[in-house]
Design a protein around this ligand. Sequence first.
Ligand code: ASP
Length: 340
Amino acid sequence: MEKKQVFRIPSLLLLALVLILTQSCGKTAPDAPTRATGESPSPLPYAIALHGGAGNITPENLAPEKAQAIRHELELALRLGDSMLASGARGLDVVEQVIRRLEDSPLFNAGRGSVFAHDGRQSMDAAIMEGRDLGAGAVAGVTDIRNPISAARAVLHNSPHVLLVGPGASEFARLMELELAPPEYFFDSARWDDLQRLRQDPKMGTVGCVVLDQFGNLAAGTSTGGMTDKRFGRVGDSPIIGAGTYANNASCAISCTGHGEYFIRLALAKEVSALMLHAGLSLDSACQVAIHQQLSPLGGQGGLIAVDKSGQLCWSFNTPGMFRARANAEGLFEVQLFAP
Ligand code: ASP
């Protein structure tokens, strides 16, 4: 009688197969933005750039004392971000702290010293985004939150929403126990004079920061008082994710400044990322294309700062100047105001 062949899988092999199968089922989708793992910083490089607005910034129309004061503020903000990153701080914390510092200075159009709207009031917009999971938070049209960037961050962490506006955003900030401030706190006489001096030449001066931290995570933030003489509840690009602010670990982190309507129409910050991801451009090429081949032909004015996942830093603008600064782990430390 023919002997029936019985194939036995050795029990150890079986156990190994089960283990492999269960482990691969638990993996996250490969296209999900990657989360850096581990609590201790890896030896990855870090990099930071910040801006204090773009516009008609030339040595002729910026008094030397004012230029020096702005340079000094940018330097202090950069030093703060640089040292936080060097000691292993998270990108989101660095972006928030650097922007808070710039918001507290009346020299920039953000927080204290924001420009005046047509009705003689000040209202502010801000956004923050992290590249590891595309988390984002933003506020717009807020009038009494001392540091709008912190309100944006609270929206990111403590609400199911991305963008809160006006009194609702203030109510949320109050619930989050953020510091509020009366209109007098934000008032700056130079900004008031800008409004009185007539309203045809809207002033710029938004602040922003982009970071690659030692964990390989990208983050971006932008904060602004908007444009002088704005009306009818106008909101610019800064708090609009993908327009003035964007971060994605797969590509880059971007903060824009300039005539917001154009940046919104072009979804310019996201465009830089898309040019890298889908057209294979380097960070530098993507920034140049976005500013000079897309913003300029449309008639828009402004600029951006950017950092990519490998720590490349880049800035690009089509205005006579942009207040800007950058630093990295290799000792780069640079502050510039005017076009080269
Ligand atoms: N982009 C800002 C806005 O349109 C203004 C600026 O960057 O100066 O609100």
